[in-house]
Write a protein that binds this ligand. Structure first.
Ligand code: RIB
Ligand code: CA
Length: 312
């Protein structure tokens, strides 16, 4: 089976770490490069966390540093949820891989050209690195056919009542990506909130007794406690695993083509992914810039997660 070449841009982060560990074990995918961006925690922490998770997975895939702040908005992190270091307090063995210094956007563009249009991009943090690549390399759309993002929401938000963290953190970059001409497969909160793990399911994974599931068990404690405290139940959401699992198992997800616009000027709408699910607005242009995912087969996802983490 021909593997799908994938570039992963992330702000590791607890759920990013699960997405990375999944991507590095899914036989359908070939992770060709990884980049870190400021988001959940600072770039220094996301870069170190990403390198260390890749080392935990026993992978030699290179990790490149990206932006340390959003394009325009002041940088605000999500350390309340991911812990100051970004992995819920888990200290991983330091990676011994050489420290890459090439900028994420340059390395991504170089890989996209090398794979001559076959490479997919998965972006599970703020879209600053991706937007910078689009801005610096106007021909990037010739080499990247699809960007699968964790971000946004048709309805609601988790950072403001109307916006999801990755988009809220850098709405200007997000708007640039949606308007880039590269098709966006959007895994917003509408579907990622359905991609949850219960405390019991995490305990079951933890029973496999390897380093990967130890990370999952400990790093998710803050999230389990937080969600339980606000009445959501003792669950955590595998937001970032959704676009990764989609590339390997597209049958697990369903959604709708739609135009998406990111609000960048509103007071109580800034960072909103305004989604025209029923083509009520721009009815002239038949082209839609996104596929917005809405449904997931959670039970099958959990089965795949069990298979993945038994391999560690
Ligand atoms: O809103 C959830 C998203 O924000 C996830 O990607 C999480 O890692 C944080 O970056
Ligand atoms: Ca993330």
């Amino acid at each position: 089976m021909k593997k799908i070449p994938v570039w992963i841009d992330c702000d590791t982060g607890v759920d990013d770490s699960m997405a990375l560990m999944s991507a590095l074990r899914l036989e359908e995918l070939e992770v060709v490069g990884i980049s870190a961006v400021a988001g959940n925690v600072s770039l220094e922490n996301t870069f170190r966390n990403t390198r260390n998770v890749v080392a935990l997975a026993g992978s030699d895939v290179k990790v490149y540093p990206g932006a340390d702040r959003p394009w325009i908005k002041p940088y605000v992190d999500a350390s309340f949820f991911h812990g100051k270091d970004g992995l819920g307090g888990v200290i991983l063995k330091e990676s011994e891989a050489p420290i890459e210094t090439e900028h994420a956007w340059d390395a991504l563009y170089r890989a996209a050209k090398e794979y001559n249009g076959e490479m997919k991009v998965v972006a599970v943090g703020p879209l600053t690195n991706i937007a910078t690549a689009v801005a610096k390399y106007p021909d990037l759309p010739e080499y990247v056919s699809e960007i699968c993002i964790m971000g946004g929401a048709v309805i609601g938000g988790n950072t403001t009542p109307w916006s999801e963290f990755n988009i809220e953190c850098d709405p200007h970059a997000a708007q640039a990506v949606f308007k880039s001409g590269i098709h966006v497969v959007m895994f917003g909160l509408d579907v990622t909130m359905k991609a949850y793990l219960t405390g019991e399911e995490i305990a079951e994974l933890a029973s496999y007794g390897n380093e990967a599931v130890r990370l999952i068990e400990i790093a998710n404690r803050i999230g389990l406690d937080f969600n339980e405290s606000i009445g959501r139940g003792r669950i955590v959401h595998m937001h970032d695993s959704c676009p990764v699992l989609y590339l390997a198992h597209p049958e697990l997800f369903s959604g709708k083509r739609a135009n998406v616009h990111v609000e960048t000027r509103g007071f109580s709408s800034n960072g909103k992914t305004v989604t025209d699910l029923y083509s009520l607005f721009d009815t002239k242009s038949s082209a839609t810039n996104s596929t917005v995912m809405l449904e997931i087969d959670r039970e099958k996802v959990i089965d795949i997660m069990r298979e993945i983490f038994k391999k560690y």
